[in-house]
Every structure is written in C-alpha cells, then in structure tokens.
Design a protein around this ligand. Sequence first.
Ligand SMILES: [Zn+2]
Length: 130
Amino acid sequence: MPFVEQERYKISSGCRLHPDNDLYRDQEQHKHHVDINEWRCGYCRKNFYEEKYLDKHFDNRHFDLLNTSHGRCLADLCGALHCDLVMDSSLRKTKCNPAAAARNKHLCESLADSCFPVSKGPVTGRLHGI
Ligand SMILES: [Zn+2]
C-alpha cells in the first residue's frame, strides 16, 4: 500500500483492504522463506520444499486459525486491483471483455468509495483518484 503509507492515511475497518479484513493475512505472516527450497511454518516450525506444500499444510493443519469472522480473500478484488499485471504478463494480451470490464470498474469504484471517501478531505480525495 505505498500510496496509502505515503499519505500516512489510516484505512477504516469498513474498507476491504484493511489488514483485519484479510482472510489469509495471519497465515502469510507465518510463512517463512528460509532458503530457496525451504519454507517454514511459523505456527509449528515444520519445513517444506515448496511454498505450495506449505499452503496445503496451512489448509490441512491450521485452517482453524483463519480469520473467518470478517476476513475475506483479497484475491476476490483482483479484477479491480489488476493482480494479472503482477502475476502473469501474458494475460495482458487477452481480449477485453466489456461485461467483465464493467464489473471490474464497478468493483474498483465501490472499493475507492468505501476505502477513500472523497468527502473526508484532500488526502482521501487524492487516494480516491489513484
Ligand atoms: Zn504448521
């Protein structure tokens, strides 16, 4: 969240991007990349060769620690946040789907409205526009 940090803005808990609303945040913080082929579980110290096995381990052994009360998966917001540009550059060349683009635009606008309400002042106004 470099833009938000730069403005020293505190996101409200009603915003989907607030850390407390991230379903997998705690798990991600207990993921330790010790070496190229060594991933360690921060809950029980077990080691894995690949990140995907650690993810499976979280699903199997530590699913009870997920923030399921109000946390949701941030990947649900990928349409608005353009995760595709970060994850896989080949997706950039796919044809535009107008219906999907309209959905993503709506998602992006509602995210901006709830996280950076323009009425709250110049800082949120700037962040809303980014
Ligand atoms: Zn573990």
